[in-house]
Design a protein around this ligand. Structure first.
Ligand code: GDP
Length: 300
């Protein structure tokens, strides 16, 4: 490990003084200066300014003027992060509906197609009958990709010719899912944010049409977010909440260089459930969100 990762060094050693390799337990008085450094570290860990300030203030509360150690600060931070994350760590709720309709939204490249493939595979393994609809009918490559994922997962994928109406595909998919007695219908959607009015109209039409079959559909609207986009994820939630009734999040690409701190900001700001996290490009690389493990990984 790098030298700064020695006892008292690294992420939190930076607050308490770098040259701590020899001190068994480094302590320093908690003052404004330390709080500010903590804020800076949390911002650099992608928590965003608002959340970073609040978390730092909570850690400092009642401890001003006291001597604290790196380990104490780490433990307090892990506690604080767990407290924020625990309420949002919830798997996607399953209903006795047949089919339960899951609309999957998000910008292109966020990992929608991949996530649908992974979800289909997981639900299939859990004994559910799954049907997938390739609702991004304007991107031939997306339809092809989804077909490949469907084959891997062993579930049928409904497609329509390029450029055809996604709402009518969604309606046909509802019919097929009903006929098959499927438990779940996962509907992929377009993610072209360049023209929000078009996208909104498209999503609204999909919802309107599937409600002709089931007034309560879609039962879940999952927003897929790419962790490597950092604070952009926050504005994507705001945007998609205007376009659709987002019920939960999947955060992808947490296996890479993404710090993941943006998840804390998301939980703090929106409180939307985080159903799963993407940790790789393979079919099994979708994991439940574990707040304690996440807090430990974030605090190091
Ligand atoms: P879509 O445009 O939203 O449907 O995005 P895709 O599903 O096509 O994914 C875009 C890229 O991200 C692909 O290269 C995927 O392999 C990759 N990807 C998706 N999820 C993950 C993940 O959890 N980890 C990693 N490392 N890559 C991912």
């Amino acid at each position: 490990p790098p030298a700064t990762d020695r006892k008292g060094g690294g992420f939190f050693g930076r607050i308490l003084g770098r040259d701590t390799g020899t001190a068994p337990v480094m302590r320093r008085v908690l003052d404004d200066d330390m709080v500010e450094q903590l804020e800076d570290l949390l911002i650099s860990a992608d928590l965003g300014v608002d959340t970073a300030l609040r978390v730092a203030a909570n850690i400092a509360e009642g401890r001003y003027g006291r001597r604290v150690s790196t380990d104490e600060i780490k433990a307090l931070l892990a506690q604080e992060v767990s407290r924020i994350m625990e309420p949002v760590a919830r798997p996607m709720p399953l209903y006795p509906k047949r089919p339960q309709v899951v609309l999957v939204v998000g910008v292109n490249g966020s990992g929608k197609t991949t996530t649908i493939g992974k979800l289909a595979s997981q639900f299939k393994a859990a004994g559910k009958e799954v049907v997938v609809a390739a609702g991004d009918t304007f991107r031939a490559a997306a339809v092809e990709q989804l077909q490949i994922w469907g084959d891997r997962a062993g579930v049928p994928v409904l497609t329509a010719p390029e450029g055809s109406d996604p709402a009518s595909l969604a309606f046909d998919a509802m019919t097929k899912a009903e006929q098959d007695g499927a438990d779940l219908l996962l509907i992929d959607t377009a993610g072209r944010l360049q023209n929000r009015q078009d996208l909104m109209a498209e999503l609204e039409k999909i919802v309107r049409v599937i409600r002709k079959k089931d007034p309560e559909a879609p039962h879940n609207t999952l927003l897929v977010l790419d962790a490597t986009t950092g604070q952009n994820a926050l504005s994507q939630v705001e945007t998609f909440q205007k376009l659709a009734d987002v019920s939960g999040l999947v955060m992808t690409k947490l296996d890479g260089t993404a710090k993941g701190g943006v998840l804390v900001a998301l939980a703090d700001k929106f409180g939307l459930p985080i159903h799963a996290i993407g940790v790789g490009e393979q079919i099994d690389d979708l994991a439940p969100f574990d707040p304690e493990e996440f807090a430990r990984a974030l605090t190091g």
